[in-house]
Design a binder for this molecule. Structure first.
Ligand SMILES: [Zn+2]
Ligand SMILES: [Zn+2]
Length: 138
């Protein structure tokens, strides 16, 4: 993967740069990700917060207790509403970056899907993904 890589929101107010490779690239089928994204699943890059830097814009956030019982904070552009990343609080080391926000989305090469117990029938993905009924990090 080419480092650094960049991305941002739909309107261009939020911009970021990443200086480390993701540790996991995955799809999340949980109900909260479906609702938050307004589509079948979340395409995420699980990576170190230290490798993620906002380079422009003021990001907004929304916190909710997820299916896992943990509080998930979702970060988005207050202007266009595009989601950028989520985490389990500022004290945690990792974030989940939204692959759809990448400037070069083809660098996203997922090999895992999680929360398949909540997967919708109209979400068709490759058969060879590592699959978890719930979250792998709990
Ligand atoms: Zn925006
Ligand atoms: Zn999820």
């Amino acid at each position: 993967m080419k480092i650094p890589f960049t991305g941002g929101c739909l309107c261009g107010e939020i911009r970021y740069e990443c200086t480390c490779e993701p540790e996991l690239m995955y799809y999340c089928h949980c109900t909260d990700c479906r609702k938050a994204n307004g589509t079948a699943f979340h395409a995420g890059m699980y990576m170190k917060r230290a490798g993620f830097q906002l380079t422009s814009g003021t990001i907004r956030s929304f916190a909710l207790t997820a299916d896992s019982g943990r509080t998930i904070i979702r970060y988005f552009c207050g202007h266009c509403g595009a989601h950028i990343y989520s985490d389990k609080g500022m004290e945690t080391e990792m974030i989940s970056l939204k692959a759809g926000s990448l400037d070069e989305p083809e660098i996203f090469q997922p090999d895992t899907e999680i929360w398949t117990m909540s997967k919708v029938k109209w979400a068709t993905l490759p058969d060879d993904l590592k699959s978890f009924i719930r979250g792998p990090f709990d």
